[in-house]
Design a protein around this ligand. Sequence first.
Ligand code: HEC
Length: 144
Amino acid sequence: MKKPILSLLACTFFAGCGGDETTASTAEPAPALSKTAAVEMTPVQRGAKIYARCRACHTLDEGGRHKVGPNLWDIYGSKSGSKEGFAYSKAMKAANIVWDDETMDGYLKRPSAFMPGNKMTFIGLKKQEDRDAVQAYMKSETTP
Ligand code: HEC
């Protein structure tokens, strides 16, 4: 005899529980889930928003094309300036660093100071939490 109680509960989340059609679509506990998600964004979700500032110049997907900046698939653990088919600056080619949490953090904080002469015209992300979030997102998207 649980059914009537359940649909009653569902009706408290959805305005307009009347016809059979709307009742059918209230079977899932979606409202509770989406409420939680809105309050607590994961770092990856936050990073996705911040990545909007990089998207004009970079793709992240495997085999993605180079734009103003190189495609960043598999960037973690790879050497700076090593993506084939991209015309890097001399500074980037000579830098000889491996991208990891630390080097990426330094570069994204202020590209021009971290690597003088590199040609990424991006001011940088001042906030540590923003850099951490964008790194979490990049990792989730670029790791093979
Ligand atoms: C205006 C375009 C532009 C924007 C915006 C931009 N980049 Fe870049 N990025 C570049 C260019 C150009 C290079 C190559 C620099 C060079 O060769 O000196 C580069 C290089 C890089 C590299 C090194 C790639 C390699 O192969 O070694 C990383 C990592 C990177 N960008 C991440 C980011 C992230 C993350 C953001 C956003 C927070 C961002 N970029 C925003 C243009 C951009």
